[in-house]
Design a protein around this ligand. Structure first.
Ligand SMILES: C[S@@+](CC[C@H](N)C(=O)[O-])C[C@H]1O[C@@H](n2cnc3c(N)ncnc32)[C@H](O)[C@@H]1O
Length: 250
């Protein structure tokens, strides 16, 4: 796959096991951190859009906190599971399957966010610029946009070289990342084993520089841009492997 292609087949084979794979992910803490960043921006949304919502775990938690939620994601399988979960839990969440660079929800929101390095999956800078423009179109003036990204430091230090091959684990996996410092793209070959069956996925992520991200945000009509060493209100450090950006729609 070239660096300009969309990863339309990513998050497909793994979709049925995504929540199982993510069971150690501290989504509750992320929701708490998201609410902290909102209050740091003095933003008080009622309606929120989750961009690259995956199987909707954060949407569900925020619905339970009283927010009116919507989510969009490129992977049809992830959205199918998100819809099934919401319907089983009787949660009213509007989900759409679409590319972040092109989506139309038919509504505007008080805020939008994108968590779990989802935007790193957009490999082409023009596509990311279009995604920011689409997000801006969907937020009311004065509304908040918050997202996180993996940094180049994360990729240089093999963040993606992970495995769980323990005998007792139902879902075993082994991932290897191959970082191209020129293109600033990491290719992660993922192998999974479940019930004796093997399946694979290849994910690619691009590390955007601060200048690129801020330039694109401004171009899309955002202001008051701030960035934080993730899960703190501190500025980025040399060794930050993840950053959270906050911005306000002008
Ligand atoms: C690591 S998952 C995170 C999902 C969710 N935010 C979470 O926290 O569990 C990344 C998600 O980004 C989605 N994605 C990747 N590229 C996308 C694009 N161009 N437009 C919309 N969604 C995209 C994938 O389908 C996947 O569901």
């Amino acid at each position: 796959m070239s660096s300009t292609e969309n990863p339309t087949t990513s998050f497909t084979a793994v979709a049925p096991f995504y929540d199982e794979l993510m069971k150690q992910v501290p989504y509750r803490m992320w929701v708490g951190y998201y609410l902290l960043l909102l209050s740091h921006q003095n933003a008080h949304p009622k309606t929120i859009l989750d961009v690259c919502c995956g199987t909707g775990t954060m949407c569900e938690m925020l619905t339970q906190e009283g927010y009116e939620m919507a989510g969009v994601d490129l992977a049809a399988e992830m959205i199918r599971i998100a819809k099934k979960k919401a319907s089983r839990k009787r949660l009213n969440i509007h989900y759409e399957c679409a590319d972040a660079a092109e989506f139309e929800m038919g509504d505007t929101y008080d805020a939008a966010y994108s968590f779990f390095d989802s935007l790193n999956n957009i490999l082409d800078a023009d596509q990311l610029q279009r995604a920011f423009i689409q997000v801006a179109k969907h937020i009311k003036p004065g509304g908040s946009f918050i997202f996180d990204v993996n940094t180049a430091y994360a990729f240089e230090t093999q963040l993606f070289d992970q495995e769980d091959l323990k005998q007792r684990s139902k879902l075993k996996y082994k991932w290897n990342g191959d970082w191209d410092p020129e293109k600033r793209i990491i290719t992660v070959n993922m192998k999974f084993w479940r019930n004796g069956e093997e399946f694979t996925e290849t994910h690619r992520q691009r590390a955007y520089t601060d200048e690129e991200l801020i330039g694109m945000l401004v171009q899309a009509g955002f202001k008051d841009i701030q960035r934080f060493h993730s899960y703190t209100l501190n500025p980025p450090r040399f060794k930050s492997d993840r950053l959270h950006y906050t911005a306000i729609k002008a």
